[in-house]
Design a protein around this ligand. Structure first.
Ligand code: SF4
Length: 258
């Protein structure tokens, strides 16, 4: 678990396991896969079909319980992004770790679990049966949409009963002129970082902002990424104005269903 993460739309990240398989162009420069290949824990890659997924340690699970106690003590919930180094809904997910994750979520009511996936079509068949009827109040389900080619993911997410449904439009790789926003409670928007980052055109970002603002959905504009609003490559992803869209910062969060 990582508390005080650099990901500004959450408070902590937790990975019940590490490892995944790339599924779409948004995965092309997956930071987690790159990190895994550089560090090669267990001297093997955890990416791709058939590769072993590396489970979290006991100490990491204990940190989740500690974070829940901390949130309870301070009287306001803490957000946990799950997972930054895996996709908890992939078909090769380790079943025991997945089951433990559901139990842990149920036992940590002071945390807000941000379950972000590129496989929303698998959510309903994967979550505990009871959650299909009564959604847990501390779970936010999200899906990534990098271009108009992946709008079917939004339709899948809209089928999931949830306290909050959100979209991660990051890295935005193309124009999305008609984003379906019914039942969506939050949108995160951003460009790509890293040595091979693809630029996000300013018009694509504005197009999303305008649609989201029109229907009153909270927006979190995370960053331009490695390219600024003019498409120029920058040395650092945190250059002046990296998180401003037409001069304005957008750091809104969803209203939770009561
Ligand atoms: S789904 Fe996420 S974790 Fe898995 S390869 Fe794609 S970007 Fe990486």
């Amino acid at each position: 678990m990582s508390i005080g993460t650099g990901i500004e739309w959450t408070d902590a990240t937790f990975n019940p396991w590490t490892g995944c398989t790339k599924v779409s162009p948004g995965c092309k420069f997956c930071y987690a896969a790159l990190f895994d290949s550089r560090h090669l824990h267990e001297k093997q890659s955890h990416w791709g079909p058939g590769a072993r997924r590396m489970p979290a340690s006991e100490a990491q699970w204990e940190q989740v319980a500690a974070l829940n106690r901390r949130a309870e003590k301070r009287g306001t919930p803490l957000r946990v992004f799950c997972a930054s180094m895996a996709d908890v809904f992939e078909s090769e997910a380790p079943v025991a770790q997945q089951k433990r994750l559901w139990e842990t979520i149920a036992a940590t009511p002071h945390l807000r679990w941000q379950l972000l996936t590129k496989r929303p079509e698998r959510v309903l068949e994967t979550i505990p049966e009871a959650w299909r009827v009564t959604p847990p109040p501390n779970v936010w389900y999200g899906t990534s949409v990098e271009s108009a080619d992946y709008l079917r993911r939004v339709a899948e997410l809209q089928k999931v009963p949830a306290a909050v449904r959100f979209l991660s439009v990051e890295p935005l790789l193309g124009s999305i002129p008609l984003m379906p926003l019914d039942g969506i409670g939050w949108v995160i928007l951003g460009g790509e970082s890293g040595p091979h980052a693809r630029p996000m055109e300013a018009e694509w970002a504005r197009e999303i902002r305008d649609q989201v603002v029109r229907v009153g959905v909270p927006l979190f504009f995370k960053q331009w990424g490695q390219h600024n609003s003019k498409g120029r490559r920058m040395k650092s992803k945190k250059f002046k104005g990296y998180n401003r869209l037409d001069g304005k910062t957008w750091r809104q969060f969803p209203k939770e269903a009561s």
